[in-house]
Design a protein. Structure first.
Length: 396
C-alpha cells in the first residue's frame, strides 16, 4: 500500500523534497510487485462496464485530439428519459487498436486502492492529488509533445511506456498565464522506457512525448499535484487582511490625488507588515492543510451519532489535518476540514491515531488512547458532523 511513508521511501524522502521537487525530473526504477495491487486490466474493465463515465472523464485521444464519442459509444436512454453513453466494446477496441490512447480521469474516486495511494501522496507532498489512468497499444502518440501545468508522478502498472523529455521553455508556466511556452528545440534530455513498478517524477512545464512503442500494451497511472504559486499566496494574504480597515475601505476613485495616495499607502503598509512575517509560508501551509475539505464520505446508517460498538471502523477523510497541544489550558485543538475543535488532553492519543489516516475500529481507538469506547464514539461523532471522519465499516 502506498501510504505517505511508502511514497517517501519510493521518491527519496527529504532529499527528494529538498533537491528534486519542482526542480527536475527523476526516474525511480522498481519491480512489478511494487505496482501490482494498484490497478489491473480486470479492474479497468469492471470500472468501464459498471460506471457511467461521460467524456471528458473517460475519453480516447489520438494525435492530440479527442476521438469523437460516436465512434466508440452509443447514446442509451432508459424509461425515465435519462441518457448516457454506452461503450460499444468492438468499436472501442478498434479505436485503441488503431492508435488511440484511453484516458480515465479521477480514478481515485472510484477505485479504493488508487484512492489510498493518492491520499498517501497528498500527505507526503502537502497538496491535493488527482489520479488518471492512461492505456495505449501502439507507437502513435495520444497527445503529441506537450507540457502540463502541474507536477506529476507516474507509476507504470503493466507493459512498458517510452517517455522522451525536454526541459522547460518557460519557467514555471501556469494554467492562467500571460504567454505560452515555445516548442523545445533539439534532442530530448532524457529518453526513458518505464517498466512495471517504475516511477517517474516530472515537474510542471517539462515538455514530454509518450508512446507505447515497445511491442506491448501499456497501462500507467499519473498522479497530478495541484500547484501552489506566489499568486496563490497573495490571494491568501488578501483574505487574511480582510479584517483590516485599510482593505475594507472604499477605493477613493473620485477623491483627490492626495486622498488616493494616502489610501494606497495604508494598503501598502498592511500588506508589507504581513509579508515581513518570517513564518508566513508556515501559516499559509497550516491554513490550506486545515481548511482542505478532503474526501467527504457519509456514515450511513449512523445518522444520529455512533453507538458505543467497538467493531465499527472509522477513518479520517482529510489527509492533512493538524493536532495542536494547548498546555496551559490542558486541551488539544484538532483542525481539519475547515473547522477546529478543542478537546481535553486525554483525547490526544485517539486524535493522533486518527491522523495516521488508516482505518481503525472504535475498540482499537479506545485501547490505544485509554478511553472508554463510549467516549471514543462521542468524540468521533463530533468529527463526523464536521465532515472530517467517516464510518468505513458499519459492523452490521
Amino acid at each position: 500500500m502506498l501510504d505517505a511513508a511508502s511514497w517517501a521511501g519510493r521518491l527519496g524522502g527529504d532529499t527528494f523534497l529538498a533537491q528534486t521537487y519542482h526542480r527536475s525530473y527523476a526516474h525511480f526504477p522498481g519491480t512489478a510487485d511494487m505496482a501490482s495491487d494498484l490497478l489491473s486490466w480486470d479492474d479497468l474493465n469492471r470500472i468501464i462496464a459498471a460506471q457511467r463515465l461521460e467524456p471528458p472523464r473517460l475519453r480516447l485521444s489520438l494525435d492530440g485530439e479527442m476521438v469523437p464519442l460516436h465512434r466508440y459509444a452509443i447514446p442509451t436512454t432508459n424509461r425515465r428519459a435519462v441518457t448516457w453513453s454506452r461503450i460499444q466494446p468492438s468499436d472501442f477496441h478498434v479505436q485503441l487498436r488503431e492508435g488511440a490512447s484511453l484516458v480515465l480521469d479521477a480514478v481515485e474516486k472510484i477505485h479504493p486502492a488508487v484512492g489510498a495511494a493518492a491520499e498517501g501522496l497528498e500527505r507526503f507532498l502537502g497538496t491535493s492529488v488527482q489520479a488518471n489512468v492512461y492505456a495505449s497499444w501502439t507507437e502513435r502518440e495520444g497527445f503529441g509533445r506537450h507540457w502540463d501545468d502541474h507536477d506529476v508522478v507516474v507509476v507504470q502498472l503493466h507493459g512498458s511506456k517510452r517517455w522522451r523529455l525536454w526541459g522547460m521553455t518557460r519557467e514555471a508556466p501556469t494554467f492562467r498565464d500571460v504567454e505560452s511556452p515555445e516548442e523545445p528545440e533539439g534532442d530530448p534530455v532524457a529518453d526513458l522506457v518505464l517498466s512495471p513498478g517504475d516511477v517517474l517524477y516530472l515537474p510542471r512545464g517539462w515538455w514530454h512525448s509518450v508512446t507505447a512503442d515497445q511491442g506491448t500494451e501499456s497501462l500507467h497511472l499519473t498522479f497530478g499535484m495541484v500547484p501552489h504559486t506566489g499568486a496563490d499566496l497573495m490571494l491568501w494574504v488578501v483574505d487574511q487582511l480582510r479584517a483590516s480597515l485599510a482593505l475594507r475601505r472604499d477605493i477613493p476613485r473620485f477623491g483627490s490625488l492626495a486622498e488616493q495616495s494616502d489610501f494606497i499607502d495604508a494598503v501598502r503598509r498592511e500588506v508589507s507588515d504581513m509579508m515581513a512575517d518570517p513564518h508566513l509560508v508556515e501559516r499559509w501551509a497550516e491554513s490550506i492543510d486545515t481548511t482542505d475539505l478532503g474526501h467527504a464520505i457519509p456514515s450511513l446508517p449512523y445518522v444520529d451519532g455512533l453507538p458505543a460498538r467497538g467493531e465499527i471502523t472509522v477513518k479520517l477523510t482529510v489527509p492533512r489535518g493538524r493536532l495542536t497541544a494547548n498546555r496551559e489550558q490542558g486541551t488539544v485543538t484538532f483542525s481539519a476540514a475547515g473547522t477546529a475543535w478543542d478537546f481535553a488532553e486525554s483525547a490526544a492519543p485517539a486524535l493522533g491515531t486518527l491522523l495516521t489516516n488508516q482505518p481503525i475500529t472504535l475498540g482499537e481507538l479506545a485501547d490505544s488512547s485509554g478511553l472508554e469506547v463510549k467516549d471514543v464514539a462521542e468524540l468521533v461523532s463530533v468529527l463526523i458532523d464536521g465532515h472530517a471522519v467517516a464510518v468505513v465499516g458499519t459492523a452490521l
